[in-house]
Design a protein around this ligand. Structure first.
Ligand code: APR
Length: 247
């Protein structure tokens, strides 16, 4: 993909927006972690070109073939284990040290936490957490590779599943409600590296716009949210943040 060098005036407009904001809410998607080596879902090199979500990321797929689903997650956990936060993640953590920042992420890779963000909602769960299919206990599991597939609950020995929101499942209503509140109460909202196709996260840019919040999109590609944005930056997330200063 050929991306033009970012216009310096766009960069200074973005820096000014950050400097003037007292409360920033950021929605992130797979694109922010692409430069950390974690594949996105859609787009030319997206996972959903090679794999079908209905085979791997639905409760029905897991009920049909838990081993297949876990083998795929084991592979992805291996990629995530090697990944480190990039300039975009670390800039958002630096920003949180000087301004009120909330990050709402659709990513399950934990890189925002690794970078240092604390005010964080992982709307789609976390790849290092598992949930028992019988007793529903949620626990951490960081084995790479997994010793046994499918892994089992330490408490009741039944099969566990990834603690991830799959297609056809609802996000935690409390997390969603907090996301809406964080979006409405911000004076600056950014959508970074998300295709804006998966709800309810995809609706947050509209929530921001309706509440009069300034909306910024950072994404090399056009999305359904682009027309809502007051400022659109067509560039890679890490490149945009490398040029900003949050000291
Ligand atoms: N910087 C910024 N954006 C980028 C970069 C980059 N370096 N590289 C790619 N992108 C953009 C793509 O143009 C695309 O719009 O990131 C977006 C990634 O889109 P998706 O792969 O659809 O990821 P996301 O929006 O997070 O998907 C939402 O879909 O499959 C489910 O549960 C999964 O959480 C995921 C949800």
């Amino acid at each position: 993909m050929e991306i033009p060098e970012m216009d310096a005036s766009l960069q200074s407009r973005l820096q000014n927006l950050f400097n003037g904001a007292t409360r920033v809410t950021v929605l992130t998607g797979a694109g922010i972690s692409a430069e950390s080596g974690i594949p996105t879902f859609r787009g030319p090199e997206g996972l959903w070109n090679d794999y079908k979500p209905e085979d791997l990321a639905t409760p029905e797929a897991f009920a049909r073939d838990p081993e297949l689903v876990w083998r795929w997650y084991d592979w992805r956990r291996g990629l995530v284990a090697k990944a480190r936060p990039n300039a975009a993640h670390t800039a958002l953590a630096a920003l949180e040290r000087r301004t009120a920042v909330s990050v709402i992420t659709q990513n399950v890779d934990g890189l925002h936490t690794q970078a240092g963000n604390r005010e964080l909602i992982e709307l789609h769960g976390n790849i290092w957490k598992v949930r028992c299919t019988a007793c529903a206990v949620i626990s951490a599991n960081t084995e790479v590779p997994l010793r046994a597939i499918p892994p089992r609950c330490a408490r009741c020995q039944r099969v566990v599943r990834p603690h991830i929101v799959w297609f056809g499942e609802a996000v935690d209503p409390y997390d969603y409600q907090r996301s809406v509140e964080m979006t409405r109460s911000a004076d600056l909202f950014l959508a970074i590296g998300t295709s804006g196709l998966v709800h309810p996260a995809a609706g947050l840019a509209r929530v921001a716009k309706t509440a009069g919040v300034t909306v910024v999109e950072i994404n090399p590609d056009e999305t359904p949210q682009s027309p809502l944005a007051d400022l659109v930056i067509r560039d890679r997330a890490s490149h945009v943040f490398e040029g900003l200063n949050f000291a």
